[in-house]
Design a protein around this ligand. Sequence first.
Ligand code: HEC
Length: 120
Amino acid sequence: MDDGKRVAAYSMFFLAFFGLYSGFSTVFGQEGEEINPKKLFEYHCATCHGEDGKGTKRGRELKAPNLADPDWQGKRKDEEVLNSIMNGKNKMPRWSDKLKPEEIQALARYVRKLAPKKRP
Ligand code: HEC
């Protein structure tokens, strides 16, 4: 093997190795990326719903319910909460094109935890 070919072979080896390595790290990166529903809620939802779910001035103007009210929680099924976050409802924006399904699931569970336990 002459030097030119040897260099070429080494570069191929490194390219393949780094290709694989970056491939693996993106896969692991995605798996390791944990969903933090509290952060998501504070970032996307608190403008209208408030960090505690009770609703800000803006939210109340748009007729957002008090998500921290156990009576309200009792009137909604899990699927309805999930569906409203995904597809929106009246003035509530839809989130299915901005957030991943796993994030919406996590937010729906988070919304459930905003009220003191009283629902059936
Ligand atoms: C622009 C203001 C606004 C933002 C931002 C917003 N919402 Fe809402 N949300 C509303 C309004 C208004 C309603 C009341 C809809 C209705 O029943 O008419 C509502 C209703 C809801 C409901 C009750 C749905 C039902 O079935 O009655 C849930 C749950 C909810 N929002 C969760 C969220 C989550 C989670 C986010 C963030 C990803 C979010 N909202 C962001 C305004 C907002």
